[in-house]
Design a protein around this ligand. Structure first.
Ligand SMILES: [Zn+2]
Length: 108
């Protein structure tokens, strides 16, 4: 075990607290050790870049996603919206994530 997160890359999640509360987006990247993730268009932070003509970088303000803690988001079930995740072990020993409300599989 260790650092695995219940939420995975490409999941749809909803932000439940903070500045971006209510936003829904796709998970771009997860950082299990830090228990945080990056969600498309969520927690946008501005980064100032210096012009570097040698690399054809013009400089200016670049916006990109900042990390948010995994406890601030909920996985979105296509049937019932934001939900809790439960785990099921299938007959063949395969583990799947299911929606705690409608028991639909959350893994494709
Ligand atoms: Zn559901």
């Amino acid at each position: 075990m260790g650092f695995r997160l219940d939420i995975k890359k490409n999941d749809q999640v909803k932000v439940m607290v903070g500045r971006d509360k209510g936003k829904v987006g796709r998970v771009l990247e997860v950082e299990p050790r830090q228990r945080r993730l990056y969600v498309e268009h969520v927690n946008m932070i501005k980064r100032h870049t210096r012009p570097n003509p040698a690399k054809q970088i013009r400089g200016g303000v670049l916006e990109k996603e900042g990390p948010i803690h995994v406890s601030n988001v909920a996985l979105v079930c296509s049937e019932c919206g934001p939900t809790r995740i439960e785990h099921r072990e299938m007959a063949g020993g395969k583990k799947v994530r299911i929606c705690a409300k409608c028991e639909k599989s959350l893994d494709k």
